[in-house]
Design a protein around this ligand. Structure first.
Ligand code: SF4
Length: 364
């Protein structure tokens, strides 16, 4: 018998399940994606909720399902419109994968989200967590849905001290949830665990005295709930210094650039910008040269207006922001000229939305 099996043997699994599900049915928050079990909507909500807080997701979810109410609508939507609807949520590969997967559902499965592990788990971007969450919530299948939240709760319940930052640790938790999950109410069980992690068994200050499964919790009995889970620190993110410019012409048009179709923030729009180096040239001079040599634009650039910082998981962007006036545009420019009204239709990453806000405020 391995260490996990020994820990499981000491638990009253039936009672744990009942306590968790009864609590969830009584206390669950009213959330828009819980209104029905439409697999497409459950799927959209689960993709949005990855790395994003519930309060942030709610308005995005409501707008998204209004604009793209079903598989067919999302499969046929223009990518620009989909990215625009996701603008500000970050991790844009999530929505690109979602749209690719939904297209496959439309073509291969006649628009019905497949209900088997093999078919649904084979779609683009559907990892073990999304697979378990969607199939358990929408189709009532007893499949574990293990994310960081669930690993935290289960590490405390079972006093598991493996490092949850290591990918292979997830399988320990999947085995544990597999042993615990209700066959009758897998949807309520998985959502109960998620809900417990979100509102009671929180990372820094778990509310053990209010916890419905306190009597089953090894960490509470040992007094180690604040030491768990074990999570090794990530490397510090690298810093990239950049200069960006909001370029306008005499008619008030604005010049924007589309990011490459691969890599970070692929296919989103941005204000022209360049990575800057410390050295003999100022940031402004580096920007002027970049515009001339790489964008085919001759421009007059003002003084520095401010700095925008954006933190990704692995990287920090420090962007010095300038405003500029276009003097000459070569035929081969890689920038797109748009009016202020048209600009609203393009999806920008958060950092460049902040840059635009600076320009709007300066013009007021
Ligand atoms: Fe989490 Fe405390 Fe409940 Fe244990 S008793 S599951 S540590 S909230």
């Amino acid at each position: 018998m391995n260490a996990l099996e020994e820990k499981l043997q000491q638990k009253d699994i039936d009672m744990f399940r009942d306590d968790l599900i009864t609590w969830f049915e009584r206390e669950q928050r009213i959330l828009p994606w819980r209104e029905d079990q439409d697999p497409y909507k459950v799927w959209v909500s689960e993709v949005m909720l990855q790395q994003t807080r519930v309060e942030t997701v709610i308005p995005y979810f409501l707008r998204f399902v209004e604009q793209f109410p079903n598989v067919e609508a999302l499969a046929e939507a223009d990518e620009e419109k989909v990215l625009k609807a996701w603008e500000g949520l970050g991790y844009y590969s999530r929505v690109r994968n979602l749209q690719s997967a939904v297209k496959e559902v439309q073509q291969q499965y006649g628009g019905t989200v497949p209900s088997t592990e093999k078919e649904f788990g084979g779609l683009k971007g559907v990892g073990p967590y999304t697979k378990g969450a969607v199939l358990s919530i929408a189709y009532n299948k007893p499949i574990p849905a293990v994310d960081g939240n669930v690993m935290r709760v289960m590490s405390r319940i079972l006093s598991i001290w493996d490092d949850i930052a290591k990918p292979k640790t997830r399988t320990i938790f999947e085995q544990a949830v597999h042993a615990f999950i209700s066959k009758e109410k897998p949807s309520e069980f998985n959502q109960g665990l998620m809900e417990l992690g979100a509102i009671i068994c929180t990372p820094k200050s778990p509310s053990c005295l209010l916890c419905p499964v306190q009597k089953h919790c090894s960490a509470f009995a040992e007094g180690s709930e604040r030491e768990l889970p074990v999570k090794s620190k990530k490397k510090k993110p690298g810093i990239k210094t950049m200069a960006a410019v909001v370029l306008t012409d005499d008619q008030g048009n604005i010049y924007i650039h589309k990011r490459p179709s691969k890599g970070l923030l692929a296919n989103l729009w941005e204000f022209p910008n360049v990575e800057t180096q410390k050295g003999i040239k100022t940031e402004r001079d580096q920007l002027v040269l970049f515009l001339e040599n790489e964008m085919g634009i001759n421009a007059e650039i003002d003084e520095l207006q401010g700095v925008v910082e954006h933190v990704f998981t692995h990287l920090v962007w420090n962007i010095s922001v300038f405003f500029g006036k276009v003097k000459q545009v070569s035929d081969g420019t890689r920038l797109k000229k748009v009016t202020k009204e048209q600009l609203e239709e393009f999806a920008f990453p958060v950092s460049h939305q902040k840059i635009w806000k600076m320009a709007v405020e300066a013009a007021e």
